[in-house]
Design a protein around this ligand. Sequence first.
Ligand code: OOG
Ligand code: NI
Length: 267
Amino acid sequence: MHTDVNALFANLWQDYVAVTPSAKKVHQLLGSSQQDDVINDHIALRTFNLEKVGLAKLAAHFLALGYEECGEYHFAAKKLYAKHFEHPDRNQPKVFISELLLDKCSAFLRDTITELVAQIPDEAVTADNFLYSGTHWQVSQATYEKLLAESEYAAWVAAWGYRANHFTVSVNELASFDSLEQVNTALKHAGFLLNTSGGEIKGTPDVYLEQSSTLADLHQVQFSDTVATIPSCFYEFARRYPLSCGMLYTGFVAASADKIFESTNAR
Ligand code: OOG
Ligand code: NI
């Protein structure tokens, strides 16, 4: 486990941009508009509800750094369960961790994923680098595609393993943009493709959170038998609104998150 939260996020970022070259360009596009670096609202991680690598095992890395469990979310159609975590230091990014509920999936999917996860050495899961360690298994392109037909989420984790699925810019902290619409316009002008599932902007001020995201980059992945180009990771943008107490809402919105998951769908 990491002892330094900043080091953990720096490592997650390095690993993420290696397979998401567009993130660096987006970062520059928005970051160049202010003196300070772009502030991260949150990151997201994906896994399966197997004892060895379940949500709790990923969360342990953050709990050890002082993070606290804050909310839970259900996604019945996608067969996902998620929790979010916050650090007492409000400047640290929030963390959204989801897991695929394998007991609700087909025997093929469950058996395939169980076999992949069995290949992870036990000690790898608690190692410093686990959250940005990628895959610990070999998967063929045909197996990836068969997983994809049932669950885009399962196929994504089988191909990319353990790494940040996305980073999220805090739009509230951007000096040169007053709205998410403005951010989206700048992104589209620069040629980035946005996730339009559920509309370009998911959520409204009424639910205290507006979100948009790019479509995942298309990046080369090494399968056991081939090299293929498939969706990797994406970049998200979040604008939070104050609750009646005056504090910004810090949770997530399940209906919006349901659509954000689709940022890794094939184009
Ligand atoms: C997580 C999708 C949900 C959000 O901000 O609502 C999410 C994922 O795609 O793994 O990140
Ligand atoms: Ni997100």
